[in-house]
Design a protein around this ligand. Structure first.
Ligand code: SF4
Length: 463
């Protein structure tokens, strides 16, 4: 290898045994190249208060290297608070109100001070046990802004001051309609990362995101976005793919609103429901929508606005670890607290059937780490990770996609032991991005191996 270390400079010696030597040299070059390309995205090498400790051997500490994140009931967690169980909108695809689970009807309209206090105590205990120094909390609903400015401000203060040794980062997901200047000032004061749900141009958005009288909500969302911009509060956009709509027009419109990030989501479908969509929109409607947007993003030469799911897929293809929930089959590492204090697993499982998010636990009388004794399924999903679905075991993307998002694997016949209902779309998307990056599946494995071996090399060496 030349001193520059670039793969293009590799020349294997011309002598007997040359093919093996050449293979080794190419492999070494790949390793160095992969390390350079990924050192900024590999969370195993990240800095900061939540960086995994190296080789401490303490229970509850994340694994210092390798792709498998070793978690247990005392591992660091993120928590999403469903602070309101009602919503000012009634979007047609909503998994809370318009799918199979109606448990929201039995929830109080909003979380109480008492549940917040019990949650703060439970989080304090969890941080003490896990050694967690960075805690991510998300406010969600229903529509979280229905709780009003004063309560929200008070709860943010309580959560942010739960322990002097723990940095608490707050985020919020809203439909945006209620955002005004006072909300924007609160978001700025508490450094809240704001996500707004919007599905595209006014006509596309208003076709599904409607109020309880069936009226579109786009104009209200736009007023909310303008309030954020007036107050210099950054925001990201969460957009459920509108199958059959114009992807490039959607993307251009969302960009024009000035977000820091856009995240496109596959609609929540299971194997029980996706057939009707395919009959209407063709065999890979999700990929049909996403690929033209990827081409826009990739070809623009300006990646200032981060666009999902491309960031995560590119990182996976390049051999990096994905800390996302829709590919990779890693333990989720997050759970939910409902308005009545119930501790629940992944809320989108409501798409699959009634009661599937339930654990039987409550912040009033349980620690988060009690989940192992109360609900083995959610314990596995959150802390251990599930097995790869049987149908994925011979797939070329089994180590990157690894089954896709958990709710999308569901079929009433066989539960979650299926490839994603969006499998065909995911494969097309991976194939397209791989062709743009010039990285076949075998090279992804080489790059990952390179990163792992570099982690071994630096084990025990002070940072
Ligand atoms: S692409 Fe399909 S078969 Fe392959 S890992 Fe993903 S869900 Fe499984």
């Amino acid at each position: 290898m030349g001193e520059s270390g670039e793969p293009g400079n590799v020349r294997a010696p011309d002598r007997p045994g040359a093919p093996a030597a050449r293979r080794r040299a190419v492999r070494d070059a790949h390793r160095l190249h992969a390390a350079r390309a990924l050192c900024r995205t590999n969370p195993l090498r990240r800095e900061g208060p939540d960086a995994p400790a190296r080789g401490t051997g303490q229970p509850g500490v994340q694994a210092p290297r390798g792709r498998t994140v070793m978690r247990n009931a005392h591992s660091p967690l993120s928590v999403t608070f469903k602070i309101a169980s009602r919503c000012n909108l009634n979007c047609s695809y909503c998994y809370v109100y318009n799918k199979l689970d109606d448990s929201w009807r039995r929830q109080p309209a909003m979380i109480s001070d008492e549940v917040i206090d019990a949650s703060v105590a439970a989080l304090r205990r969890h941080c003490a046990k896990s050694g967690q120094r960075l805690l991510r909390i998300v406010f969600h609903g229903g529509e979280p802004l229905l709780v009003g400015h004063e309560r929200f401000d008070c709860w943010c203060r309580k959560l942010r001051s739960l322990d002097d040794s723990v940095e608490v980062r707050l985020a919020l997901q809203t439909n945006g309609v209620l955002i005004d200047d006072k909300w924007a000032e609160l978001f700025a004061a508490h450094k809240i990362v704001v996500g707004i749900s919007i599905d595209g141009t006014p006509d596309v958005h208003d076709a599904q995101r409607v109020d309880h009288k069936g009226r579109g909500s786009y104009s209200g969302v736009l007023r909310g976005v303008e309030a954020l911009r007036r107050n210099a509060v950054g925001f990201s956009l969460l957009s459920v793919i509108s199958l059959g709509s114009d992807p490039v027009a959607t993307h251009r419109h969302l960009l024009s609103l000035g977000p820091a990030q856009i995240e496109y989501l596959f609609p929540d479908q299971t194997h029980d429901t996706i057939g009707a969509l395919r009959a209407r929109h063709g065999p890979t409607p999700g990929a049909d929508f996403l690929i033209p947007i990827f081409e826009q993003w990739w070809g623009s030469g300006d990646m200032k606005v981060r666009v999902g799911p491309f960031m995560a897929i590119v990182r996976a293809i390049l051999g990096g670890v994905c800390e996302v929930d829709f590919i990779g089959n890693n333990p989720l590492g997050y759970l939910f607290v409902e308005p009545d204090g119930a501790i629940e697993g992944l809320d989108v499982l409501r798409t699959c059937g009634p009661g599937l998010a339930r654990t039987g636990m409550n912040v009033r009388n349980h620690d988060f780490s009690d989940m192992e004794d109360h609900c083995k399924f959610h314990y596995q999903v959150i802390f251990e990770g599930l097995s790869l679905p049987r149908g994925c075991r011979t797939c070329r993307e089994r180590s990157t996609c690894a089954g896709g998002y958990l709710p999308h694997r569901f079929a009433s016949d066989g539960g979650f032991d299926h490839p994603s209902a969006w499998c065909a779309d995911i494969l097309r998307l991976f194939d397209h991005l791989r062709s743009r990056l010039g990285v076949p599946p075998a090279e992804t494995l080489l790059r990952r191996e390179a990163l792992d071996s570099l982690s071994v090399d630096t084990e025990g060496v002070p940072a």
